[in-house]
Design a protein around this ligand. Structure first.
Ligand SMILES: Nc1nc2c(ncn2[C@@H]2O[C@H](COP(=O)(O)OP(=O)(O)OP(=O)(O)O)[C@@H](O)[C@H]2O)c(=O)[nH]1
Ligand SMILES: [Mg+2]
Length: 340
């Protein structure tokens, strides 16, 4: 990114190349005197969301560039949406890496940090350290900075991960807490807010480099409108709701997903999703066609597993069960050993 021609200027919020020629293209601004593109300006001042779809090829190129340095990397992941790509990315870049588990505030306080950390330790991905934080609640940010200082190999430290994990939010928090710099990165609940690398000098010894995130192709966020994206993204700590279900009953979340309990003993389903989402219970699945127009998947759930609905959250299912899920075919759902 240092090779840009001298007369090219990038948006301070998202890293896109600024241009004043085409309103409909990325990077548009009314005047090249401006520091921010129109999309960032409108996002920040009007909460006006413009969804951009990025290809992962570009991001893989960025990761390759990061991998060619010996610099420290922070891999940020969203605790509510633990991504499956972490192993893939780890295999691409073998820089020193701190795994940062963000959005601690989304999970109940009763969940111990050690439990979350242990979950990732078993993946054996050679992280220097695994740190649980919340940008919004300012939890563990001081500690993270101390560990960055301890592990950094040069002044440059890269911030990578999936879109929406909170990479730019974290950098803004570090600027706010520790820097004289008044640059502000653009953040939003939409995927692909950051469009290119953005360098931020925190002080003489530390420069953070924000990157666009890896797009989570199977995320529900790619399938709903901006209004629903806001609803799905938790702003407050999640209050998990437990539903005791008998077979023949069902849970419906908005018009997004339906889960029918087909076979098994009395069971409990605990939902870890945004409090703003409406959940309905159906008592007789046979006579109810709600969301039956979606694709149907049948699963045998083992004892103590979470059903993860990519981008939405997860459902802890206590006992063995057979369930039918009705959901858009493109949305990734999978099971894992219970996180909590
Ligand atoms: N609840 C909660 N939300 C957070 C936290 N940190 C960030 N967010 C929210 O997560 C969303 C995404 O934040 P960004 O900082 O734009 O994420 P990003 O990783 O830079 O995303 P891209 O630029 O799209 O790759 C925003 O709605 C943030 O407000 C946190 O600690 N807790
Ligand atoms: Mg960003």
């Amino acid at each position: 990114m240092d090779n840009d021609d001298e007369n090219t200027k990038r948006c301070l919020g998202c890293g896109v190349l600024l241009q004043d020629q085409n309103l409909l293209q990325e990077g548009y601004t009314t005047s090249l005197e401006n520091d921010y593109c129109q999309r960032c300006f409108r996002l920040k001042h009007y909460g006006d969301y413009q969804i951009i779809t990025k290809s992962n090829e570009e991001y893989l190129n960025i990761l390759k560039q990061v991998g060619e340095t010996k610099d420290l990397v922070l891999y940020i992941t969203d605790l509510l949406n633990l991504d499956e790509d972490i192993t893939k990315i780890r295999n691409l870049i073998n820089n020193k890496m701190i795994l940062v588990l963000n959005k601690r505030d989304c999970l109940p306080e009763s969940v111990k940090d050690e439990k979350l950390i242990n979950y990732f330790t078993t993946l054996d991905l050679k992280f220097e350290e695994i740190i649980v934080i919340s940008v919004i609640k300012n939890i563990n940010i001081d500690y993270l900075l101390r560990r960055i200082k301890y592990f950094q190999t040069s002044r440059n430290v890269y911030v990578v991960g999936h879109t929406n994990a909170g990479k730019s939010s974290l950098i803004n928090k570090l600027i706010e807490n520790y820097s004289e710099n008044n640059q502000e990165l653009t953040i939003s609940p939409l995927p692909s807010t950051t469009l290119n690398m953005v360098k931020i000098d925190i002080n003489k010894y530390l420069t953070l480099i924000d990157t666009p995130g890896l797009v989570d192709i199977g995320s529900i966020l790619n399938r709903v409108d901006a209004k629903m994206i806001k609803k799905i993204s938790p702003k407050k700590p999640i209050k998990p709701h437990t539903y005791q279900l008998k077979k023949g009953q069902s849970i419906v979340i908005e018009d997004l997903v339906r889960i029918d309990y087909i076979e098994g003993d009395k069971n409990s389903f605990t939902l870890f999703i945004s409090n703003d989402l409406k959940v309905k219970r159906l008592f007789n699945i046979m006579n109810n066609d709600t969301l039956k127009n979606k694709s149907k998947f049948t699963y045998d759930v083992k004892y103590g597993e979470d059903l993860v609905i990519d981008g939405l959250g997860f459902i802890k299912i206590m006992n063995k069960a057979t369930i039918d899920i009705y959901i858009d075919r493109e949305i990734n759902t999978y099971f894992r050993k219970s996180l909590i």
